[in-house]
Design a protein around this ligand. Structure first.
Ligand code: DGJ
Length: 549
């Protein structure tokens, strides 16, 4: 029989191949080596460093910890000892460009060099036009010249300590400085690639009133919303609506008509996104590292203006995404109790999961949850204030204990995240429910906080675990202070689950070595997996399933 298959002309083949290659091609340095970039897949996005997925066991410095070179020598060695592999550090515009047009990279270069000695990576936080809404990190020559560098205005007409998003002069000055920073990074670091990501500005938004009330802002606010935004809303109203419960009117034209009561915040979000997107794009023309922004999350019932109005909050993400393509992802700074809720809200529409700031006290537990739920990075705030794990303070830094266990899984985690073979779980004494269940590999794992026997007192206020499936019935569990029972997931199959064995141990060079075989009281006579309190541990658990009858 004659084949009916048509041959594809070779020119078209070549064009298709080029297209494929182009899609897969990532920015490279002068030597042709790829620079850090994101690899986006349906289940999880990963950060690729030196050709391999890299998980950020991070920690952010306090705001005033990176202002001198000497601080690097004091801080970085102790962070490396605490099993942190990446430090998030501020780069302050006022120090980088104290005199307009003259850039001083000496402090930053020292931090990068010291990080290399300690085998650490860095994420830079660009404290440029705004840091926590205000413009306190702008250089003097910007602050002292409000005519040239206008501020946002309060409703009564007085200037806020917040640079206006609407000024081209502000935007150009910030973009020039940021571009100079990225140009320098390309020269200084594109080979060694110590710096992985850049956060552009910090927790932006207008505090006080919902928007800028300058004459220019009033004029723009009364006019039509930008066409690009209106078109995006008409194409996908659900992307804008589902997150925010806004009374959206996709057929409206002015900001008020389209966004109703939330017009001020939407207007503000659009203007921040345009400005920051422009700054990020300017930096990327020099050295296209992945770039992101972070949000100060609202407390319950807070109104826009009580939290920074127009920041990259979940309900504003589509506005940001429509306004700029230069930002690679959006991140929450999670200080509120419901870590899981905020974390999950940033996972919408395939947004890569990275937490640049989190409450330090809960960091050791939320780290286990975040990596189990596919984060590529997690970083509690002010880690330089945690006890040094050296000497007498050993054991007083639970974050270091969690990271020490997690780093034993770093060769397995990226693939397991991608194959949907990980789960995270975290519980607190004040959690709304006493137990939580996750499903993995056909089993349901139900955890409660660990209690003493026989008095049943809580052994620890918080407990957490990361589950990683390594075989059909085999799991690694990193965690602390939980009691976990296992049943068959009835949605997956029928049967009765049992615990075949539990070992405590460690992994090195991809090899498991058991230190203890747990049974009897340590598994509640074979009925539970018990994660000890006041230390993070790694268990290897074999399960089995028998027919129910
Ligand atoms: C969130 C900010 O982004 C940080 O820079 C720092 O100010 C913390 N808040 C302080 O708690």
């Amino acid at each position: 029989m004659r084949s009916t298959r048509r041959t594809v002309p070779s020119a078209i083949k070549a064009a298709l191949l080029t297209l494929l290659l182009l899609q897969d091609r990532h920015p490279a340095n002068a030597a042709g080596q790829e620079i850090p970039h994101l690899d986006r897949r349906p289940v999880s996005t990963q950060l690729i460093v030196d050709g391999r997925p890299f998980i950020i066991f991070g920690g952010e410095l306090g705001n005033s910890s990176a202002g001198t070179a000497a601080e690097a020598d004091r801080i970085l060695p102790r962070l490396a000892r605490a099993h942190i592999n990446t430090v998030l550090m501020p780069v302050a515009w006022d120090q980088l460009e104290a005199v307009e047009g003259q850039f001083d990279f000496a402090i930053l270069d020292h931090w990068i060099e010291r990080a290399r000695t300690e085998r650490l990576h860095l994420v830079l936080l660009w404290f440029g036009s705004w840091k926590n809404a205000f413009s306190s990190y702008a250089p003097d020559w910007v602050k002292k010249d409000p005519k040239r560098f206008p501020r946002a205005m309060a409703p009564g007409g007085h200037a806020l300590e917040i640079l206006s998003t609407l000024s081209k002069e502000n935007l150009d000055a910030d973009s020039r400085a940021f571009r100079a920073l990225l140009r320098h990074l390309k020269e200084f670091d594109s080979q060694q690639q110590t710096v992985l990501l850049v956060q552009v500005e910090n927790e932006v938004g207008i505090l006080g009133s919902g928007r800028d009330h300058s004459e220019e802002a009033d004029r723009l606010f009364a006019a039509s919303a930008p066409d690009a935004l209106v078109h995006a809303i008409r194409a996908h109203p659900e992307w804008f609506q589902s997150e925010s419960h806004r009374a959206l009117n996709p057929n409206g034209h002015t900001w008020q008509e389209v966004f109703g009561d939330e017009a001020s915040e939407a207007f503000t979000a659009w203007n921040y996104a345009r400005y920051i997107g422009h700054v990020a794009a300017a930096g990327k023309t020099e050295y296209p590292l992945p770039m992101f922004v972070n949000a100060q999350l609202p407390a319950p019932s807070e109104r826009a203006g009580e939290y920074p109005s127009g920041g990259p909050h979940p309900h504003n993400l589509e506005i940001y995404r429509t306004a700029t393509a230069a930002l690679d992802f959006y991140s929450p700074d999670i200080y509120w109790p419901d870590f899981q809720y905020w974390f999950q809200r940033y996972g919408v529409r395939a947004n890569p999961l990275f937490v640049p700031e989190a409450k330090p006290e809960e960091g050791p537990f939320n780290a286990l949850y975040a990596f189990g739920e596919r984060a590529f990075g997690f970083s509690p705030f002010a880690v330089d204030s945690l006890p040094d794990v050296d000497g007498s303070d050993a054991g007083k830094n639970p974050l270091a204990q969690s990271y020490e266990v997690l780093e034993q899984l770093q060769d397995l985690l990226p693939a397991a995240q991608r194959e949907d073979k990980t789960r995270g779980l975290v519980l607190h004494a004040n959690s709304s429910r006493p137990s939580q269940t996750v499903s993995l590999g056909g089993y349901l794992f139900t955890a409660t906080l660990a209690r003493s026997w026989p008095t049943r007192n809580l052994l620890q206020e918080d407990g957490a675990m990361l589950l990683l499936q390594t075989g059909p019935d085999e799991f690694l569990i990193a965690g602390t202070a939980l009691s976990v029972t296992v049943t068959v997931d009835p949605d997956a199959r029928n049967g009765i689950a049992g615990i075949a064995s539990v070992e405590e141990g460690s992994r090195a060079q991809s090899k498991w070595s058991a230190t203890r075989r747990l049974n009897g009281d340590q598994t509640n006579q074979g009925r539970s997996i018990l994660l000890p309190d006041h230390r993070c541990t790694l268990l290897r658990v074999q399960l089995y399933t028998i027919p129910s009858r």
